[in-house]
Design a protein around this ligand. Structure first.
Ligand code: EMZ
Length: 386
């Protein structure tokens, strides 16, 4: 079946100019499209800040629906360094705790076993969303049953079908987190809320608002991104059954394959920064208080760095992709996401012979000049048992 590829929406603009523009709710954003510029700008946090008004670096902007600052994502150094240090170890647990790895394996095994037993399955809601929410219970160290509530929120906590920024939806998340924080204050446990509430920064305890900021990021940041990555993985193997065979024969390339797939998928199209003083990006003037965005999706197809960028080479050797961002703000959840994807690839190779696509609806982001397919709104498939 055709149309299972993820085309590069930025190629000609990237090669001809290096940037593009998008109007975001009346606030213009200059999108940087070349890997070199994206990396340079991500490193220069003094000129291109993350610590602007909460929600403004996100594109589409969330300023109208969010007042809480996401931590450490919307903070600049020096505070960023202290916050990041506080949470870094917790978010590395997927690498260091054997139990964690086993539980991820169990969660994915169960979903794949179920999928192969069915005549058809809708991947976004019935596979990827469940997988994301169930695995999140491990990252938060919270009882598994809680994932039922998170599954009921759907694929995005701030967006709905009708609106890219949905305040009613956002309020469900805020109220949920406020209640969970209060509960953890009354009955401290070994979950992320309790750990944050007892943590100290610069000789003082975190405030409730700061804890909420970390939790909002944990719920929002790794949601649609993980769902897209999982769904796109299924679509990719459906379109390329020989790649599944290859992974079966060469499991040692799994780690490289995950990096290559996330480069190709780029589950998060871009992330913004706010310019602190008049400057230039890619020989283009950028005024103080304007916004730029670092377009990971475009940078990851930059032929100046990636040979045959539109091809998935599962064992690509040199792969300095920026799918998890770059610099001090690089994705905090990347260890968790990588573990999920590695485990998924291993279990698919072990249990699934092929995947047939029955029907799908593409999820195409509309950035005016650029229409970018980021994944699927729905994807009906049949998993064939090995
Ligand atoms: C923010 C963002 C973080 C934002 C890594 O990205 O993800 C988006 O999906 C959220 O809407 O609030 O968390």
């Amino acid at each position: 079946m055709k149309n299972l590829e993820l085309p590069d929406a930025f190629e000609s603009a990237r090669e001809n100019k290096g940037y593009g523009h998008v109007d975001d709710q009346g606030d213009s954003v200059t999108m940087l499209l070349r890997l070199k510029d994206v990396r340079k700008t991500a490193k220069d946090w003094k000129t291109f800040q993350s610590g602007a008004r909460p929600g403004r670096i996100v594109v589409p902007s969330e300023v109208s629906i969010r007042e809480t600052r996401q931590i450490p994502f919307e903070v600049d150094p020096p505070q960023h360094t202290a916050y990041r240090a506080l949470v870094e170890g917790w978010f590395k647990r997927p690498e260091t705790e054997e139990d964690y790895k086993e539980r991820v394996s169990e969660i994915i095994n169960e979903l794949v076993e179920e999928a192969v037993s069915l005549k058809e399955i809708e991947v976004v809601e019935d596979f990827a969303l469940k997988l994301q929410s169930r695995a999140l219970t491990l990252l938060l160290n919270i009882p598994y049953e809680e994932s039922e509530t998170w599954i009921s929120w759907g694929t995005h906590v701030f967006r709905s079908d009708d609106s890219p920024v949905d305040g009613d939806k956002a309020n469900i998340l805020y109220e949920y987190i406020d209640a969970a924080i209060d509960k953890a204050i009354e009955h401290p446990g070994s979950d992320l809320y309790s750990v944050l509430l007892s943590a100290e920064i610069e000789g003082r305890k975190l405030t409730k608002e700061e804890v909420k900021g970390v939790m909002i990021l944990t719920f929002a940041g790794g949601r649609d991104t993980v769902i897209n990555a999982v769904t796109n993985t299924i679509a990719y193997f459906a379109a390329h059954p020989s790649s599944l065979d290859r992974l079966r024969k060469e499991p040692e390339i799994t780690t490289q394959a995950v990096e290559e797939l996330v480069r190709y998928f780029s589950p998060l199209t871009h992330m913004g920064r706010v310019v602190t003083e008049d400057t230039e990006v890619c020989t283009h003037a950028a005024k103080a208080d304007s916004r730029v965005s670092l377009c990971w999706a475009s940078a990851n197809r930059d032929a100046a760095t990636f040979e045959n960028p539109n091809e998935v080479m599962l064992d690509r050797k040199v792969n300095p992709h920026v799918a998890f961002g770059f610099g001090i703000h690089k994705c905090l959840g990347a260890t968790h996401a990588r573990l999920i994807l590695r485990t998924l690839l291993g279990i698919l190779a072990e249990k699934v012979s092929s995947i047939e696509v029955l029907d799908f609806k593409e999820n195409v982001e509309d950035w005016q000049e650029f229409k970018r397919k980021v994944g699927y709104d729905n994807l009906k498939v049949k998993f064939n048992k090995l």
